[in-house]
Design a protein around this ligand. Structure first.
Ligand code: FAD
Ligand code: NAP
Length: 531
C-alpha cells in the first residue's frame, strides 16, 4: 500500500464554499491544499440541480462572491434572478480565474475522514481507496446536497424515468411527455412552472399547499447593472450588517402598528415588486415572529390564490391554512400555472399515493395516473445529511453520529467538539440567510483561525464542549422566538422520516453572526482550546 499523500489542508466539496476555501488557503496563505468533489463538475448545488426552471431566488446582484472586486465589476447579469447554467458558468469562471482547477479532484467521493490522535492529523480515504493525510480538514459538504428520496411503495417498479431534481440527468427532455411531480417546495414550484410549458401533461402530487409570492423576475438592463456596480461597496456593507443578507433593508415596522388599509397597501406593494424574503422580512418586521402579523400576511396570500386560480376546487386544494413560516417561496406565476389545461393537481393529503406502479402513480381513489417521467422534488436530508453518511470520526474514534446523537450541533456553525482542526462551512447552526455572504464570512474566519493556529505553533484547535452547548442553546432560544419551529419543514429536519426534529440554524441574522465571529476571534478564540 502506498503511503498517504501529505497535505496541509483538505477541502471536501466544490460548491461556493469549497471553491472559496481552496482559494483562501492555497492562493492567499500558501498552504498545500487539495479539494475533492464527488460530482463530475464544479458548482455543487449548481452542478446537480439541472431540472427545468432551476434558478436562484436571491437576486442576481447578491448571489455571488464579494471577495473578488474586479470580478464584481466585470461579470454581468441580464435578469433579476440567475438561472442554473448562469451560476454554474460563474463558478467555473471563478475556478479558472484563480487557477484552482488543478487542485480540485472531481468524481472523487471522500468516504473516510478519521482524526488520528497519535499524529494529530486527518486521514482521508476516497471511494477508490486513495489515501491522504492533512493537518486541517474543511468540510464544505453542502446543506442542501443530500437528496431525500422517500421510500414510496413500488418506487423501483416504475417503467418510465424516475428522477430526483438534485440528480437531473443531462439527457432528459420532458417535452410532450406525461410528467408527474411529487413535492411543491422551492424546487417543486420552480419545476412545475417550467414543466407545464414543456410537458404534454403535468400531474402535481401535492402534500402541503404552499404560500408563494411573485419573484418579479425579468430582464435587467445594462444601465441598471452599471449602477449596482458603482454601489457595490455600499451594497455589501449593508448585506453584511443585515438580517437575511438578500440586498434589501428589512422592515422595522410591526404589522399591527399600522391600520388594515396601510397593511394591505404594503403587502400589495411588495407583492408587485416581488421576492419571497422581501415579502416576509421587507413588508413588516414581525411576520416571522408575531402570530397576528403572520396571519395577516398569510390571509393576503390566500386572497391572491382565490383571485388567480379559476377552478374553485383547485384553488381550495392550493390554499394553505397553516402558518406562513417555511423558507419563503417566490416564483413566476405559480398559482397561474394551475389555470392551464395540461396541468392537474392531486392533493395527496386528501387522496394519498397508494403505490408507484410500472405505469405511473396509483392514488387511493383507485385512479392510476399514467406517466412517462416521475419527478421527485422531495427535497433534502438537509444540513447534517452528508456528514452522517461519511465515516467521519474525531477523537477516540468517535463517529459524528455519536456527537450528534441528540441532533446536530456546533460552535459558531463551523466547528465541533472532539473534531480538532475540522472546520465546517454551513455546518449545523450556521446562519439562515442568502448563503454566499455567510459562506464568505465563515471561510474568512476559518482562514484566519488556521493562520492563528499556525503562527502560535499549536498542533490543534478545537471548541470546548461547553462552547458547543452554549451555542446550541443560543440557537435554540433564538429559533423559538420565531414561528418557524411551529411548522414542519426541512429547516428543523422534519421532512425526513425518522430524523430528529431539532434547531439547525442561527436565526439572528448575518449581522449578529458576523459580530459573534469577530468577538470570538478578538477574545483570542474564546471557546476554543489550542494544544
Ligand atoms: P454545495 O453547493 O451543496 O456543495 C457541496 C458539495 O460537496 C457538493 O458538490 C457535493 O457533491 C460535495 N460533497 C458532499 N459530500 C462529499 C463527499 N463525501 N465527498 C466529495 N464531495 C462531497 N441559496 C441561496 O442563498 N439563494 C438561492 O437562491 C438558492 N437557491 C438554491 C436553489 C436550489 C435548487 C438549491 C438546491 C439550493 C439553493 N440554495 C440557495 C442553497 C445553495 O445550496 C447555496 O446557496 C450554495 O450553493 C451552497 O454552497 P456549498 O458550497 O455550501 O454547498
Ligand atoms: P422542500 O422544501 O423540503 O420541499 C419538498 C417537497 O416534497 C415538499 O412539498 C414536501 O411536502 C414534499 N415531500 C417530501 N417528502 C414527501 C413524501 N414522502 N411524499 C409526498 N411529498 C413529499 O425541498 P426543496 O423544494 O428541494 O427546497 C429545499 C430548499 O432548497 C429550499 O427551501 C431552498 O432553501 C433551496 N432551494 C431554493 C430554490 C430557489 O428558489 N432558489 C430552489 C430550490 C431549492 P411537505 O411540505 O408536506 O413536507
Amino acid at each position: 500500500m502506498t503511503a498517504p499523500q501529505q497535505l496541509d489542508a483538505i477541502v471536501i466539496g466544490a460548491g461556493f464554499g469549497g471553491i472559496y476555501m481552496l482559494h483562501r488557503l492555497r492562493n492567499e496563505m500558501g498552504l498545500k491544499v487539495r479539494a475533492f468533489e464527488k460530482g463530475g463538475g464544479i458548482g455543487g448545488t449548481w452542478y446537480f440541480n439541472r431540472y427545468p426552471g432551476a434558478k436562484s431566488d436571491t437576486e442576481s446582484f447578491v448571489y455571488r462572491y464579494s471577495f473578488d472586486k474586479d470580478l464584481l465589476q466585470s461579470w454581468n447579469w441580464t435578469s433579476r434572478y440567475l438561472d442554473q447554467p448562469d451560476i454554474e458558468r460563474y463558478l467555473n469562471h471563478v475556478v479558472d480565474r484563480h487557477d484552482l482547477r488543478r487542485d480540485i479532484q472531481l468524481d472523487t467521493e471522500i468516504t473516510h475522514a478519521v482524526f488520528d490522535e497519535a499524529s494529530a492529523r486527518w486521514q482521508i480515504r476516497t471511494q477508490a481507496g486513495e489515501q491522504y493525510s492533512s493537518k486541517y480538514l474543511v468540510t464544505a459538504l453542502g446543506l442542501l446536497a443530500k437528496s431525500n428520496m422517500p421510500n414510496i411503495p413500488g418506487r423501483d417498479r416504475f417503467a418510465g424515468r424516475l428522477v430526483h431534481t438534485n440528480a437531473w440527468p443531462k439527457d432528459l427532455d420532458i417535452t410532450g411527455k406525461r410528467v408527474g411531480v411529487i413535492g411543491t417546495g422551492s424546487t417543486g414550484t420552480q419545476f412545475i412552472i417550467a414543466a407545464a410549458k414543456m410537458a404534454g401533461h403535468l400531474t402535481v402530487f401535492q402534500r402541503s399547499p404552499q404560500y408563494c409570492v411573485p419573484s418579479g423576475n425579468g430582464p435587467v438592463d445594462p444601465a441598471e447593472v452599471e449602477k449596482v456596480k458603482q454601489r457595490y461597496d455600499e451594497i455589501w456593507q449593508q448585506v453584511r450588517q443585515s438580517v437575511v443578507a438578500f440586498g434589501f433593508q428589512e422592515s422595522s415596522v410591526p404589522a399591527m402598528s399600522v391600520n388594515d388599509e396601510e397593511r394591505q397597501r404594503v403587502f400589495q406593494q411588495i407583492w408587485d415588486a416581488g421576492n419571497g424574503f422581501r415579502f416576509m422580512f421587507g413588508t413588516f418586521c414581525d411576520i416571522a415572529t408575531n402570530p397576528e402579523a403572520n396571519a395577516a400576511a398569510a390571509a393576503f396570500i390566500r386572497s391572491k390564490i382565490a383571485e388567480i386560480v379559476q377552478d374553485p376546487e383547485t384553488a381550495r386544494k392550493l390554499t394553505p391554512k397553516d402558518l406562513y413560516a417555511k423558507r419563503p417561496l417566490c416564483n413566476e406565476g405559480y398559482y397561474e400555472t394551475y389555470n392551464r389545461d395540461n396541468v392537474s393537481l392531486v392533493s395527496i393529503l386528501e387522496n394519498p399515493i397508494e403505490a408507484i406502479t410500472t405505469a405511473g402513480v396509483l392514488t387511493a381513489d383507485g385512479v392510476e395516473h399514467e406517466l412517462d417521467v416521475l419527478v421527485f422534488a422531495t427535497g433534502f436530508d438537509a444540513v447534517d445529511g452528508n456528514y452522517r453518511s461519511m465515516e467521519l470520526r474525531g477523537r477516540g474514534g468517535h463517529h459524528i453520529n455519536e456527537a450528534w446523537a441528540d441532533g446536530p450541533s456546533s460552535y459558531l456553525g463551523l466547528s465541533a467538539a472532539g473534531f480538532p482542526n475540522m472546520f465546517m462551512i454551513l455546518g449545523p447552526n450556521g446562519p439562515f440567510t442568502n448563503l454566499p455572504p455567510s459562506i464568505e464570512a465563515q471561510v474568512e474566519w476559518i482562514a484566519e483561525a488556521i493562520a492563528h493556529t499556525e503562527s502560535s505553533g499549536a498542533t490543534t484547535m478545537e471548541p470546548t464542549g461547553e462552547a458547543v452547548q452554549g451555542w446550541t442553546r443560543t440557537c435554540d432560544e433564538i429559533a423559538h422566538m420565531t414561528l418557524f419551529p411551529k411548522v414542519e419543514s426541512w429547516i428543523f429536519g422534519a421532512n425526513v422520516p425518522g430524523k430528529k426534529n431539532t434547531v439547525m440554524f442561527y436565526m439572528a441574522g448575518i449581522g449578529a453572526y458576523r459580530q459573534q465571529l469577530a468577538e470570538v476571534r478578538e477574545a483570542g478564540y474564546k471557546g476554543f482550546v489550542f494544544a
